[in-house]
Design a protein around this ligand. Structure first.
Ligand SMILES: [Zn+2]
Length: 276
């Protein structure tokens, strides 16, 4: 199995259900069609809400263990996140993300006037640009991320968008508005990803949770729970085939891409057979 440790870009598209990704993301599916990326279905942890699943994605622990069981729990994480592990391995970390990500790993509560731009090598997220309005444009978010990538050359860059979720709550997951927001970020990725691929980054594109037709998530239905995972590697493909992937394994996968030893919690949920 070919495996090289490289820099990693993770894109989390908040509120993107699996069905909409397969239907609307023409660029991502082009990469799949051409064998450049592999596409998998992930079953989110429960509850299928944002802050609990940010913690799942970045620590590989279930809500009953990590304690982030609801969106309004605004304390720092008590788990080892991928940001912590990468920093401990002398890697550079960066995030362009919703302010809840800062509240989980850097500082809480979030103060817009002082915390929107953070540069501190002692914090798990060493370079961060955080937004705090759900309609902060995805185009601006990706520009923030590209700034971080080109200015600081991070080993781990975490990019987290909110427009799909915001539009989904307003219009529902089967609306033309929701589809348009998915198509919009697919086009934005089509502008950015060719350079990322050319520079040989690992790239993971996934979501925290989905969205039902009524504009809700948090529950157990297919549209709320099933999300895509795209990755430019044969690693998952060879070991998992068509099986539905457990979201608890994604944090360990991120570590594996960077050559970082996962936490003991992450090791309990492996997506790749040679995770050490
Ligand atoms: Zn939401």
């Amino acid at each position: 199995m070919r495996f090289e440790n490289k820099k990693l870009i993770v894109v989390v598209l908040d509120g993107l259900r699996y069905e909409a990704a397969k239907r609307c993301m023409g660029y991502m599916e082009h990469l799949v069609e051409q064998g450049i990326m592999f596409s998998h279905k992930v079953r989110s942890e429960l509850p299928s809400n944002s802050r609990p699943l940010y913690e799942v994605l970045l620590t590989g622990t279930p809500a009953c263990k990590n304690g982030i069981t609801a969106n309004n729990i605004t304390r720092l994480s008590r788990e080892k996140s991928v940001f912590h592990l990468a920093s401990e391995n002398r890697m550079t970390t960066a995030a362009a993300a919703y302010h809840w990500v800062s509240e989980l790993y850097n500082k809480t509560p979030f103060n817009p006037s002082s915390d929107r731009h953070q540069h501190n090598s002692d914090l798990p997220i060493q370079h961060g640009i955080f937004y705090y309005e759900d309609h902060y444009p995805d185009s601006h978010l990706l520009a923030d991320a590209e700034y971080l990538r080109t200015a600081y050359d991070p080993d781990f860059l975490y990019i987290h968008s909110m427009n799909i979720d915001d539009i989904g709550h307003k219009y529902g997951g089967s609306s033309k508005e929701y589809s348009a927001s998915v198509r919009n970020i697919d086009t934005l990725l089509a502008e950015m990803m060719p350079e990322w691929l050319q520079k040989d980054y690992w790239i993971i594109v996934t979501a925290d949770h989905g969205m039902n037709d009524e504009g809700q998530h948090g529950g157990t239905t297919t549209n709320e729970r099933f999300v895509p995972l795209y990755i430019n590697s044969s690693m998952i493909h060879e070991t998992c085939g068509d099986q539905v992937l457990a979201q608890l394994g994604i944090a360990g996968l991120m570590c594996h891409c960077m050559g970082v030893t996962p936490s003991s919690s992450m090791k309990q949920h492996t997506l790749v057979s040679n995770l050490n």
